[in-house]
Write a protein that binds this ligand. Sequence first.
Ligand code: NA7
Length: 558
Amino acid sequence: MTKESDYDVIVVGGGFAGMYALYRLRNQGHSVRVLEAGSDVGGTWFWNRYPGARCDVPSLEYSYGFSKELEQEWDWPEVFSAQPDILRYANHVADRFDLRRDIQFNTRVVGVTYLETQNLWQLRTEDNAVLTSRFCVMATGCLSVPNKPDLPGADSFTGRVLHTGSWPNEPVSLSGQRVGIIGTGSSGVQAIPELAREAEHLTVFQRTPVYTVPANRNRMRPAVQDEFREHYPQIREMQRNNFGGVSGFQPVKSVAHKSTGEPRPSLPKDILSLTHAERVALVEDRSLAVLLAFPGIYSDPQANEAANEAYREGVRRLVNDPATAEKLLPKTYGLGCKRQVLDRDYYATFNRDNVTLVDLMEDPIVSIQPTGVETGSGLRQLDVLVYATGFDAMTGALLRAGIKGRGGETLNNKWRHGPAAYLGLQISGFPNLFTVTGPGSPSVLCNMLVAIEQHVDWIVDCISYLEENGIDSIEPLPEAEEQWVNHVNEVARGTMYTAPTCNSWYLGANIEGKPRIFMPYVGGLPRYRERCEEIVMQGYAGFELKPARARSANQSKN
Ligand code: NA7
């Protein structure tokens, strides 16, 4: 490639996307540099070290599919892995494929500028170093910018402040401490039982009650792992053809174990064919998770409310104190609006003597004081305050990278009314800049590892195509981008995700002032992937490809 730049490709981010991009680009013979803000690989799993952090996709599926050897050699200890095991896996991948030599750690990118006359990207780091490349791949993650609400007096707190999304590397001891936690999304729900076990007292500040169902807590059975290994090629194909990128592969040989008693009757298809009492009995018998097995609850508002009601009744039976139970019941939105949360002992935690629930809807935070959190009902004295308040999702990291495209247009200006990108892969006005799992792609609605591999493969193949065909730059045509954005909105319309009562981070509703737009593509991975492939077959339909000659001619005119 060119000698005009420091690198052929600079990748921003050393999480699972950046690591795979480095692996593939390097194998294609490109010079690559990965710039990573953290001190090591792992992205989400590097930063989210809070107690209880765990993936909500089974580990045999939430794993790279690009290396047969890797699939065969890695042992997962649990069916749904905890953060330390996933981070160990990321480290293993980095070692096994010798990735670290091309990753520059502790390097936060603060400027990404398109140098128009040279057709290069110039990246500036926090310590003012400048690097250039022909292509730039933003592998900055969908949930990588922690959201810390601007509460009055927040800086005055003299105790320890922690955020689940940037938990310290070194062990945090909470024993004997009065701990407060704000937020009851996935992170809060996972952390709360663990914090309650360790702290002297835990105060949970809840704004919106959550729908959460018990997680699978099984250890990995070696026979199941072996059966997956035997069938991985088929499983990866099943993932690619599954709506959410999860194969759902059912081990056959390894599940043949002794039956205990009568087999359970199968569920009816429609939850509305059951009475409320029958639904509640089902929940009692099989746990809250059984409600998710009725597919109709995600499309039919009546079925949805029937499930919500049974859910609420289930919670009333799990929490001893009726007043606390009532506060924990989600009533303003339905199942399926937000990402489903999985927990271990969440509701049982509120039966402990050392846990207090504060319902911020009736007793709001007035201010943060040096010694605790003041709500309408008084001051709660705390030694430690944990924010489990989520992320500026999907667009946060891109908008903070200081991206400037053609004509000096900033991404922040282009996206002031909400993100617009073609396939979530490229943005018009920003030639040769790619985003991995960007807005408008299935990303967070899909098994992230499968979504990442599909995107990175598309990007790397695209770069190779440009090279082989003497093409200098690629960027979406504005009309193709607009059509895609319209399509993304169209498929989201009428789903539970966009119900008027729904306020989720998918919609940007958790960040004040963020435009309310459903950001991921809800049409499913297979449909999306096919579209990406068709576009390539049609010679990158909807993209403008500029041959080297065109640019030189333009330059000589300037
Ligand atoms: P979430 O799901 O965005 O949850 C954040 C929680 O923090 C949620 O309960 C919020 O309440 C609460 N929150 C946010 N701001 C405030 C303020 N100002 N006051 C009180 N409470 C607040 O983030 P998570 O980290 O739990 O999970 C994100 C994803 O990571 C998850 O979906 C998985 O994909 C992994 P709210 O609901 O906004 O009223």
